[in-house]
Design a protein around this ligand. Structure first.
Ligand code: DC
Length: 227
């Protein structure tokens, strides 16, 4: 039987994972966080002594040729294993964010993860979020969404989040906005799998939408597609 897949792409800080998780819960689909896969490879490469400032592509290709990246779900939460070791707890550090941002632009890294992502979509009804899901990974996805929000709105959400969690350091609203704008530029101008909406993607600008309004809008688009 054909599986249903919802591809969610969009820039950093737009709330893709929050929306994807809520939708997955509502629809009882499997949520696949593809950023976590790129981060897991970044952990592996970092452990191998690769520095984000000195990427040796040939060495990276050799190192990842035989690695096994797997996903497991424990209590509904995605865990990523590299060569049998669960690296989930190490994915969200600043160092790994930086490493993943540069290593995800290397072709052999993207190729390594392509089959895994497609296999998951063949096996389960999925909501998959990332940067190139609708354009490269699942061009036949049932519904393709491209989430956007202004850099200011995304920076403000991030700023409030950090403040609320009591981990706001030296960052200011404008330094966070600047960082977001730089990441957007890098993500959308890289040569391989640049961030851009698929031609048939539904663009959802959440700058002036509440989470509930956004979810309702997406569910009505899905209803049209699977009617
Ligand atoms: O969404 P995230 O911040 O967890 O993603 C981590 C890095 O991986 C980020 O720099 C963008 C990159 N990425 C990608 O290139 N393609 C994807 N499908 C998902 C993430």
């Amino acid at each position: 039987m054909n599986k249903i897949s919802i591809a969610i792409d969009g820039p950093a800080g737009v709330g893709k994972s929050t929306i994807a998780k809520m939708l997955a819960e509502e629809l009882k689909y499997v949520y696949v966080d593809t950023g976590a896969l790129y981060r897991a490879i970044a952990v592996f490469l970092s452990d191998c002594g690769i520095s984000p400032d000195d990427l040796q592509e040939k060495r990276i290709a050799d190192l990842i040729r035989d690695i096994r990246v797997e996903i497991r779900y424990e209590d509904g939460t995605q865990h990523v294993l590299v060569n049998g070791t669960d690296v989930t707890g190490r994915l969200r550090t600043q160092e790994i964010s930086r490493m993943a941002s540069v290593t995800s632009a290397i072709p052999c890294v993207r190729e390594k993860l392509l089959d895994l992502q497609r296999e998951l979509a063949e096996k389960y009804d999925v909501i998959m979020d990332g940067r190139d899901i609708g354009t490269v990974v699942l061009p036949q996805a049932t519904l393709k969404l491209f989430l956007t929000a202004s850099a200011y709105v995304r920076a403000k959400r991030r700023y409030d989040q950090l403040k609320e969690s009591g981990i706001l350091g030296d960052e200011t609203l404008s330094s966070i906005q600047k960082e977001i704008e730089e990441r957007d530029y890098q993500d959308s101008h890289r040569e391989i799998a640049p961030l851009k909406p698929a031609d048939d993607a539904v663009i959802v600008d959440s700058s002036d939408l509440s989470m509930e309004e956004e979810i309702r809008m997406i569910l009505s688009h899905l209803k049209e597609k699977i009617r």
